[in-house]
Write a protein that binds this ligand. Structure first.
Ligand SMILES: Cc1ncc(COP(=O)(O)O)c(C=O)c1O
Length: 456
């Protein structure tokens, strides 16, 4: 593309397009990264410059961009069936995707309900849980437990669960309130324990909550082992085990939101496998299609499903659906992506490269800017602080994470931060060689930032 065309299109973008989670005024002083194509772990801008897609295009790319197996599958499906409503119809792509998904899950998760994205996958889970209790004679169970700093999407229902204050502010009056437990934010432990001796005391408050409000709680919803948007907070498996013990036998569903953590990102196909705790309802999206197209899925047990199974006039139907539920092209993508996990031995590769990544990244603790390094599987987060000893953050108006992002761009990295947390959320297909190169660039980025920030 020539410069004139680039400037012309950027002007149209500025005049007509409103970007998500973006302060549009930023584009007065810089252009958005104008991306032209993707290949493997790289994105290329219109000038032909390559960037590591370090955040997997908002946590969804798994097998790299434009994997030929997925591209071919989509091409073939496009000439056959593009879209059909999914009420009273079915088609092979949806059937195959559901079958492969259930095969990838432990026994007990039996039924797949498709939707469009991560937020809808969670909304479906909430409505399923509430209607289940309604149908089984406990209509008072319509409150949810969730976590401070949890994130489950941007629709009003999922915002009711969410605990990231910046995302909620003006909408408080519109969202329902959930009962939030402190986040297992181990670097800044909410109950001031040390990692080495922690007995998951941050869950102690649950005992009292259950004593007082058990009867009104429909489910506990959380992101297992890694809380994404809340700051890439990796937490130990013992947290999930203790939580499970608390909820056992109390008629409270456990809903895991694996929209971000699912499909290999944490080192296993699903994060919950590492704790051996299986949820009653599981929410999936992002990596479900390898990241190529949007699709959501909510998976649950036969027990939940059976509560809705009745003659039509009993009114037990689950009245929920979206125009593009189980779209043939998006479910084709899911089918192809799930097949790739087997064909290419993706999880073995992930085991190998994620161990390498977690080891190599430890040297970043030498950097003055980095207060905490945490991670799991293909995810690593660096929390930027002003004072390491006191864990003192920089004032938020300094936008340190953003400044690191700008520096990263000059080094071929897309380090889009979460506040002052810079993180890598790497495509599963990345090689050790690429990780080495990528980490060197991240190191150089931080070093340059240290030079600029710490001397100014
Ligand atoms: C854990 C989690 N749940 C739900 C969502 C919402 O997904 P979507 O953006 O596709 O609506 C996200 C998005 O980042 C997420 O990380």
């Amino acid at each position: 593309m020539d410069e004139k065309n680039i400037r012309h299109l950027l002007k149209i973008d500025r005049d007509l397009v409103w970007h998500p989670y973006t302060q549009m005024k930023d584009f007065e002083v810089m252009d958005p990264l104008f991306v032209e194509r993707g290949d493997g772990v790289f994105l290329f801008d219109v000038y032909g410059r390559a960037y590591y897609d370090t955040i997997s295009s908002w946590w969804c790319i798994t097998h790299g961009h434009n994997h030929p197996f997925i591209v071919d599958a989509v091409k073939q499906q496009l000439g056959r069936l593009d879209q059909v409503h999914f009420a009273g119809t079915t088609h092979e792509p949806a059937i195959r995707a559901a079958q492969l998904l259930i095969e990838a899950l432990p026994k007990g998760l039996d039924k797949v309900f498709f939707s469009d994205n991560g937020s809808t996958a969670v909304e479906v889970a909430l409505k399923m849980a509430v209607q289940y209790w309604h149908l089984t004679g406990k209509p008072e169970k319509n409150t949810f437990l969730s976590l401070e700093r949890g994130y489950h999407g941007d629709t009003l229902g999922t915002m009711g669960l969410g605990g990231v204050p910046q995302f909620k502010g003006p909408f408080d009056a519109l969202t329902f309130d959930s009962i939030r437990l402190p986040a297992p934010y181990c670097y800044r432990c909410p109950v001031e324990r040390e990692k080495e001796t922690c007995q998951v005391e941050c869950l102690d408050t649950l005992e009292k909550i259950l004593l007082e409000r058990q009867d009104e709680i429909a489910a506990m919803v959380l992101e297992p082992l890694l809380m994404g948007a809340g700051g890439m907070l990796a937490y130990p498996v013992k947290y999930l085990k203790r939580l499970k013990e608390f909820l056992e036998g109390r008629d409270i569903f456990l809903i895991f939101d694996e929209v971000a953590t699912g499909f290999g990102r944490t080192g296993t196909m699903f994060a919950f496998e590492q704790a051996g705790v299986v949820p009653d309802i599981l929410c999936l999206s992002k990596g479900l299609t390898g990241g190529t197209l949007p699709l959501g899925a909510t998976v649950t047990t036969n027990e939940v499903f059976n509560a809705f199974y009745a003659d039509y006039n009993e009114g037990k139907t689950f009245f929920h659906g979206h125009t593009f539920t189980a779209n043939p092209i998006t479910t084709t993508c899911a089918r192809a992506s799930l097949e790739l996990f087997k064909r290419e031995g993706v999880l073995d590769h992930v085991k190998d490269v994620s161990a390498f990544l977690q080891r190599e990244v430890q040297r970043f603790s030498d950097l003055n800017l980095i207060g905490d390094i945490r991670g799991l599987g293909m995810v690593v987060a660096f929390e930027i602080v002003k004072d390491k000893g006191g864990k003192v953050p920089y004032p938020s108006d300094l936008r340190m994470g953003w400044r690191v992002y700008l520096e990263g761009l000059t080094k071929g990295l897309i380090l889009r931060p979460l506040g002052d947390v810079t993180y890598l959320f790497l495509p599963l297909s990345i090689t050790k060689c690429q990780i080495e190169d990528c980490l060197q660039r991240v190191w150089d980025t931080f070093k340059q930032c240290e030079k600029t920030f710490l001397t100014s």
